[in-house]
Design a protein around this ligand. Structure first.
Ligand code: FEO
Ligand code: CA
Ligand code: CA
Ligand code: CA
Length: 595
């Protein structure tokens, strides 16, 4: 209705200019509240945060490090509350520990325990768009998922021989989730979370079993880990060669039931999952779009075997909770229609890899396709993309938007094609410095897909590069044809979200134009299609995560990830002290609303 449509989609603002401030900078007329940050209490028995005396046990009760995905799920009983679900992707040890306060072993233990996810009850404030955290004592849904939390494997590869370890002979119960990057909320009130760069957590104390060499190589599992095997032997490939097969999945968490066991869905394949976003197709099937965030890797899609039951009953919900366990996994090929039309566009096809009953990749079983999804996809000639990140359906126009963040190998190892055309791009060494040319795609794209016959479960689509990101002065940039002098510079799109009007919101990671990262709003239809405007910037060294437009459209939630992550920065000499509660930086979630 009209009330729901007011707000974020219609906010008018003067774009925030590129800057290097150690602040979350928002336009005049807006204000920012810190909602929660690293070390804040989550569980009712949470330990008080003491940066000089950290422990794994305490970390498992507190808000973890490097918040990434942010979702708000309706509270099952209270309209004035919601359940905030956040990923904790990875750790920055040099910024987390005062020197001399912890042993190397303690540092490793805390780092491992600071990964995972948090569920936190939040409460509406008095003013529109205001949210605050509920005291853990009064928040019975609060939950911290960490390295000791049991996750259940589902789908055709659950229990497969390669998922079995000495700690879990069933191959069905995995401890922990790591490197959870982006995600999505489902229509049935759960949160999906992508296990992304899990390959970095495995050490090798000795020889590696050659039977795993091809798979390890394709997933970047080298045995040059982060030393975690000193804390937990399962992270030693020479001891537990199967442990890495238990990561790289899409996780589903039901925040409405604090006793529920989170699950890892093998039917959605195994790769460096950025995240997963579901939509309900006209046929009622659930479709999840997914990116594999690696240079030259692929876009994927899952379609469910069964259909979504929209009824509000407990029985319908139980059914919906099974939808991601059976279906079909697909990978995308994009063909260009040639450069003569002046636009990077064409048609594409979804290529079937496996369903829960049979494999369509010669020589590979269903379980093999799901566990070694990259190797399976390599056999069917999909299009090598420039690091597919978040992929999400616009709920207003039904088209699919994918952030392709950058690819330094484009033009060398990965030859250019119409869908990945930029093999050299203009970058800026520092704010105010001149534009200089660099090899590869440094600023990224936003890809728009329009499903063809059969909609989201059909096999064909049309596509175009709606944005070729970068400085508007750079000749290669393209903003859907909108006059370039009116748009904000944008570089390295990572996560996407939509407001109720259907505008696309884009957060960035790794700005190659010398400025801090930020959040941008861009209409995708009408006369303003392509008008990219910067809504905020994050502090020095930080990446913009989330973002999440609150369902009432009155606030935008952003996760400020790795503030102060700058070469050479340490706890004692930080590049950022955001959110300025301490002398060191703390990743945290902010709520932006009208002042
Ligand atoms: Fe963790 Fe692909 O960003
Ligand atoms: Ca064309
Ligand atoms: Ca990301
Ligand atoms: Ca990223």
């Amino acid at each position: 209705g009209p009330v729901a449509r007011a707000g974020a989609g219609t906010w008018s603002f003067t774009p925030v200019p590129p800057n290097r401030a150690d602040e979350v900078s928002v336009p005049d007329g807006f204000t920012t509240d810190l909602l929660i940050a690293w070390g804040d209490p989550v569980t009712r028995d949470a330990a008080r945060f003491d940066v000089r005396r950290q422990s794994a046990a305490a970390a498992r009760t507190q808000f973890g490090y490097n918040n990434d995905y942010v979702g708000l799920v309706p509270h099952p009983r209270r309209k004035d509350r919601a359940l905030l679900v956040v990923n904790h992707e990875y750790t920055d040890e040099p910024l987390m520990f005062p020197s001399g306060t912890h042993t190397p072993q303690q540092v490793l233990e805390v780092a491992i325990a600071s990964h995972g996810m948090s569920v936190v009850e939040v409460q509406r404030g008095r003013l529109p768009g205001q949210w605050s955290v509920v005291r853990p004592r009064s928040a019975r849904h609060n939950r911290r998922l960490h390295d000791r939390t049991v996750f259940e494997m589902t789908g055709p590869a659950a229990g497969d021989a390669r998922l079995r370890t000495s700690g879990d002979p069933s191959g069905r119960r995995v401890l922990g989730t790591f490197n959870n990057c982006a995600g999505g909320t489902t229509p049935w009130g759960t949160v999906l979370s992508g296990e992304e760069n899990f390959n970095q957590y495995f050490d090798a104390s000795g020889e590696l079993d050659p039977r795993h060499a091809a798979s390890y190589a394709r997933y970047g599992i080298t045995g040059a880990g982060r030393g975690w095997s000193a804390v937990d032997r399962r992270f030693d490939l020479s001891v537990e060669p199967h442990e890495p097969y238990r990561f790289g999945w899409v996780v589903e968490v039901d925040p409405t039931d604090p006793t529920s066991r989170p699950r890892k869905h093998t039917m959605l394949g195994r790769f460096k999952h950025e995240g997963a976003n579901v939509t309900i197709a006209d046929s009622g099937h659930v479709v999840a779009y997914m990116g594999d965030d690696e240079r030259g890797d692929y876009l994927y899609r899952f379609t469910s075997r069964s259909t979504y039951d929209p009824r509000p009953s407990a029985r319908a919900r139980r059914h919906n909770l099974t939808l991601l366990t059976e279906g079909t996994l697909w990978v995308a090929r994009l063909d260009g229609d040639g450069p003569d039309d002046g636009v990077h566009d064409g048609t594409g096809e979804w290529i079937r890899l496996a369903d829960d009953r049979r494999s369509y990749v010669p020589g590979m079983s269903v379980a093999e396709v799901l566990i070694d999804t990259r190797l399976a996809a390599d056999q069917v000639s999909p299009t090598r993309m420039d690091r597919p990140e978040d992929v999400e359906v616009n709920p207003v126009n039904g088209r699919v938007y994918a952030a392709l963040t950058n690819n330094s190998n484009r033009g060398t190892r990965n030859p250019p094609d119409e869908a990945n055309p930029v093999s050299s791009s203009y970058v800026r060494a520092a704010l105010g410095a001149p534009l200089t040319r660099a090899s590869g795609n440094r600023n990224g794209y936003v890809l728009e897909l329009e499903p063809g016959r059969g909609g989201h479960t059909g096999t064909t689509f049309a596509w175009n590069l709606m944005l070729v990101c970068g400085d508007p002065q750079a000749p290669e940039t393209w903003f859907a044809g909108f006059p370039k002098q009116l748009v904000s510079p944008i570089s390295c799109p990572d996560n996407v979200a939509f407001d109720a009007v259907g505008n696309l919101w884009i957060s960035t990671d790794g700005n190659a134009l010398g400025s801090n990262d930020g959040l941008f709003r861009v209409p995708v239809d009408g006369s303003r299609r392509g008008l990219v405007e910067q809504f905020l910037t994050v502090p020095l060294g930080a990446e913009t995560c989330g973002p999440f437009i609150a369902p009432d459209q009155q606030s935008v939630l952003v996760a400020v990830q790795h503030p102060g992550e700058v070469d050479g920065a340490t706890f004692e000499s930080p590049a950022s002290t955001w959110p300025h509660t301490h002398t060191f930086p703390r990743p945290g979630v902010v709520v932006v609303r009208r002042a």
